[in-house]
Design a protein around this ligand. Structure first.
Ligand SMILES: [Zn+2]
Length: 246
């Protein structure tokens, strides 16, 4: 058996990195395909498992073709939301792998799955905008996780990554009380000047990892619309079921 065959066999049969990966390459988690192959997880279906307008989990018949009981009387700054699932189980573990173990391959693999969902929804092209992470936090984490997801999305259709937004430093949303999250992100996003006016397309696909209260997405959407976008499609790996979202 060649060295390559042995490496492939080892990677295919284990969810842990082999010693040379851990010691020499700094890899602390398993390859994406191994993690995902070990799971019986499947992406949620829009309109059946979740509301394609607000992203909330729904029961049978709860989505009426336009909205669900959670968002029927809400004004949302985005037109459509696509998610892979609830923030729980394997999907929650994978989000942690991406952000805290720097698993960029997993970010791209899940991004490709999001891209397939976008294509299925008839949104096969457009500018993909990752929610920016403040530079200091990006350096400290060692990964630009939303960019990794966005790169994965771009493997599936006629998408292109465009960093239309920049973000000033604020405390992370999960460190702030849900009731204060809207004010914590208020004014934190600004459209890059070179994209203002003719540069920003009518439709923008906005990428984030997890939506909790929706405050981050709302702030980013508003800034994109202020800069000229007519329609924003929000795309997230996972949604925390939360009645305070609207
Ligand atoms: Zn809804």
């Amino acid at each position: 058996m060649s060295l390559l065959d042995r490496v492939v066999t080892r990677l295919s049969s284990s969810s842990e990195p082999v010693p040379f990966e851990r010691d020499w390459l700094g890899v602390t988690s398993a390859p994406a395909r191994v993690l995902m192959a070990d799971s019986d997880w499947l992406p949620d279906a829009a309109g059946e498992d979740y509301c394609p307008r607000c992203g909330s989990s729904i029961g049978i018949g709860e989505f009426d073709g336009t909205s669900c009981g959670s968002c029927r009387h809400s004004r949302l700054p985005w037109g459509r939301l696509i998610r892979l699932g609830r923030y729980e189980g394997d999907l929650r573990d994978w989000v942690h792998e991406i952000k805290f173990k720097r698993n960029d391959h997993l970010a791209r693999a899940l991004g490709r799955e999001l891209g397939r969902q976008l294509v299925r929804a008839g949104i096969g092209s457009g500018d993909v905008v990752p929610i920016p992470t403040p530079a200091l936090r990006r350096i400290r984490r060692g990964i630009d996780h939303t960019a990794g997801i966005a790169h994965g999305v771009c493997r599936t259709g006629a998408y292109r990554i465009r960093r239309h937004l920049k973000r000033s430093y604020r405390p992370v949303q999960r460190a702030v009380a849900p009731s204060s999250r809207r004010s914590n992100v208020s004014g934190t996003f600004s459209a890059r000047r070179r994209w203002l006016g003719a540069g920003i397309p009518d439709r923008v696909i906005l990428i984030d990892d997890v939506m909790t209260t929706g405050a981050t997405m709302r702030a980013a959407c508003r800034e994109l619309k202020r800069a000229g976008a007519k329609q924003v499609v929000c795309v997230v790996l996972a949604v925390v079921d939360n009645p305070q979202r609207q």
